[in-house]
Design a protein around this ligand. Sequence first.
Ligand code: G1P
Length: 297
Amino acid sequence: MKVRKAVIPAAGFGTRMLPATKAVPKEMLPVLNKPCIQYIVEEAVYSGIEEILIITGRAKKAIEDHFDRSPELELHLEQSRKSTMLTEVQAISDLVDIHYTRQKTPLGLGHAILCAKSFVGNEPFAVLLGDDIIQADEPVTRQLLSQYQDTDRALLGIQPVPTKDVSKYGIIEPVKGTAATNVPLPVHRIIEKPSEAEAPSNLAVLGRYVLPPTIFDALEDTPVGHGGELQLTDAIERLAALNLVDAYQFQGIRHDIGNLEGWLKANLAFGLEDPNLASSMRAWLADDHIRSRLASF
Ligand code: G1P
């Protein structure tokens, strides 16, 4: 069965990026001149996804406006003969069929995914977290979908992280004796944000999942977990106990744009690859004044 649908949870407050996120949803913060959520939607579209549900909350109206037509702006661009910009702006609203639903109370990622139950129905679906932008030659969701064989199973996108960072992520324990990196690994166990001592590995789930519809039953049976929230990881652990979870180490550089350091690094990394910016950014970084400032830290 082809995976046609994707869910993008985007209801969080973005407190780590305050005050920028006081009136602007964190998903609308730009990396270069594009809002973060557009990178995520484009990844889904370039991976063959046909329908997207974005889980929003209060104060997230700008996300809907961004993917809608903008008659006044389009008229202005047309009248001022800015045809390239006009095409670019129109292309955003033509990207894909996007639906929205609100998570009325912030009860965690698992609860946000439960809000997608009626949209998803009885099909496997992709999940792309709104905070994680991944720079990759092949879109990461497409990498996962090309490995996804069995519609009863979950497939998690993973990468190794430094041991000191395991407490920020869902961490998997592969089934003993499995260590290949270019095929899906069967998952024995998954733990949400373990301490260094508890972590069974340094393989972290980094914001990309393909999930079977049975995840909704698992979520409904899962008690509140880490941080007093309903954790998606805990529901996935229920599937892992039935040997129904695999993890795949994707190729790409992941940026957590939900914090200042990750957002700044994402801007630098994308800037250094942008054909219009790369040479001036490289020249700026090589400038004597900047180099001596960098060397003085
Ligand atoms: C969420 C998930 C966690 C995952 C992480 C990836 O955590 O709960 O399992 O590893 O996203 O970014 P959050 O960053 O929302 O705290």
